[in-house]
Design a protein around this ligand. Structure first.
Ligand SMILES: *Cc1c(COP(=O)(O)O)cnc(C)c1O
Length: 471
């Protein structure tokens, strides 16, 4: 098979997949053991056999989760925007590293351009930014920037002999904060989980008390993170009261907008959910979540920066890569990234940006919120279903109503049945010990009819399981 035949076959495979990815089951479920047998990964190696390559591709596609299917409501991302898919293909074909201007001239300029755009939208002045490998790592870099800003000497001396450092997050903050505390030598024991109100939002007064306690005991509160859209409940921690507390305690204020940070595109939603964001020290947002760019696509921004990334992240001798004579021309992103090789994540993002525009993103996010309101109404109207907690933004945490003592096992069974029958893939989580199904609507093609169908299936399968139990 020559290259032209390979590419035309590939295109046919892609088109066939795309043509049917919204139909039928959301996946052909097989148990791990059965799937392993079907795949037979240990099968013969046939050197240079293109037919064999395409056979593997077919197997991969047959048993993959169709993330663009309307019944895929499991995660914060879905099948990617088409312009970003085009960008990904070009990125793969051109295979380079975005660590230097030398190896990625266009990607470097695109990344800088996108950072400028995002700084402006966020309201950060004299800021800097970088695309990272996702919000988990962006949160860690933010915490690291806070740590080394608190004491620049930590970079050389480490934490030994320093005051004990304390970081503060809401009790529902993403687990990547615990990982960051571990990796950065803070220790998870020094990551204080601040009390939430009934809506799942951080209580500023509780934060103030925790800060005072730490200070009184001789600790140093160096980092506070507000979550803009918590992963399970979708709650937005209030930013403005934290800005006030920063005046007194002098910590670094980070906003984790991995999920709900996308509201920044809509002036209306920004005012409602992100008031005070422009006063934060750093902000991260995943473009691969609500905004639909293909995984991974993230931005981390720093406000009023004095070359923070350079001071905090640069280390070691990279002169074989980053040559001084280029620095004046354009600064290389590789000098301030965690890793050496950097995947080009900027092209797909840029193509989405140009295709949909800022307005397009704003309308998309606003549209999701309307759809969420509709979904919540359906739950509240249905005699079979109930909201487990109130919806404050984008997350709908509901369950099928049965006696409290068996609600968890029943709903888990219901959710597993939906998954294994390929009817729907919906997330699960626990809120105060109660299992909830977490409906997330992040597919721009999703309509009211899809939402209707989703709940119809949940009710249908729930009723069937009940009948089965009783009969
Ligand atoms: C998804 C999420 C993260 C992690 O982001 P990744 O890009 O998957 O690493 C962090 N914080 C919140 C609030 C999230 O929802």
């Amino acid at each position: 098979m020559n290259e032209s035949e390979i590419f035309s076959r590939l295109l046919t495979v892609i088109q066939t997949y795309r043509a049917t990815e919204k139909e039928g089951k959301v996946l052909e479920y097989r148990s791990p053991n059965t799937l392993a047998e079907i795949l037979n990964l240990d099968g013969p190696e046939k050197n240079g056999d293109w037919d064999a390559v395409f056979e593997w591709v077919e197997k991969y596609l047959t048993y993959s989760v169709k993330t663009n299917h309307p019944a895929f409501v499991n995660r914060m991302w879905v099948g990617a925007n088409l312009p970003s898919v085009v960008g990904e293909i070009i990125t793969a074909v051109t295979n380079t590293s975005a660590c230097t201007f030398e190896s990625g001239p266009v990607s470097t300029l695109i990344e800088k351009y996108m950072i400028e755009q995002m700084l402006e939208i966020t309201g950060f002045v004299q800021g800097e930014g970088q695309m990272t490998t996702g919000s988990s790592n962006a949160n860690m870099i933010a915490m690291m920037s806070a740590r080394n800003t608190w004491n620049a000497q930590v970079k050389i001396d480490g934490l030994t002999g320093q005051k004990k450092l304390f970081a503060f997050v809401g009790a529902d903050a993403h687990y990547s904060m615990d990982k960051a505390a571990n990796i950065l030598g803070i220790g998870t024991g020094q990551l204080i989980k601040v009390t939430l109100n009934d809506n799942g939002e951080m209580v500023p007064e509780a934060l103030r008390q925790s800060l005072e306690k730490v200070v009184a005991e001789g600790g140093a509160p160096f980092f506070v993170a507000a979550t803009a859209g918590t992963t399970v409940r979708g709650a937005y921690d209030p930013i403005l009261p934290l800005v006030q507390l920063r005046k007194q305690f002098g910590f670094w204020l980070h906003v984790d907008g991995a999920w709900g940070g996308a509201a920044v595109f809509s002036p209306k939603l920004k005012a409602k959910y992100l008031a005070g964001l422009e006063e934060a020290d750093s902000f991260t947002c995943d473009f691969h979540k609500m905004l639909g760019s293909s995984l991974v696509c993230n931005i981390l921004l720093i406000n009023k920066s004095v070359h923070t990334f350079g001071n905090v992240l640069s280390a070691g001798d990279g002169s074989y890569l980053f040559r001084d004579e280029h620095v004046s021309e354009v600064e290389d992103f590789g000098t301030v990234s965690l890793q050496c090789g950097r995947r080009v994540d900027s092209l797909k993002w840029f193509l989405d940006w140009k295709y949909f525009g800022k307005e397009g993103f704003a309308r998309r996010v606003e549209g999701y919120l309307l759809l969420c309101e509709y979904a919540e109404k359906l739950v509240r109207k249905s005699p079979e279903l109930e909201m487990v907690v109130d919806r404050t933004a984008f997350n709908i945490c509901f369950r099928y109503k049965v006696a409290e003592e068996r609600a968890n096992s029943f709903n888990l069974g219901l959710r597993t049945t939906l998954y294994q029958e390929g009817l729907s893939l919906v997330g699960v989580a626990y809120i105060d010990g109660k299992m909830v199904m977490r409906l997330l609507l992040t597919n721009p093609a999703t309509t009211h009819v899809d939402v209707d169908k989703f709940f119809e299936r949940v009710i249908e399968v729930g009723n069937r399981l009940l009948k089965h139990e009783n009969g």
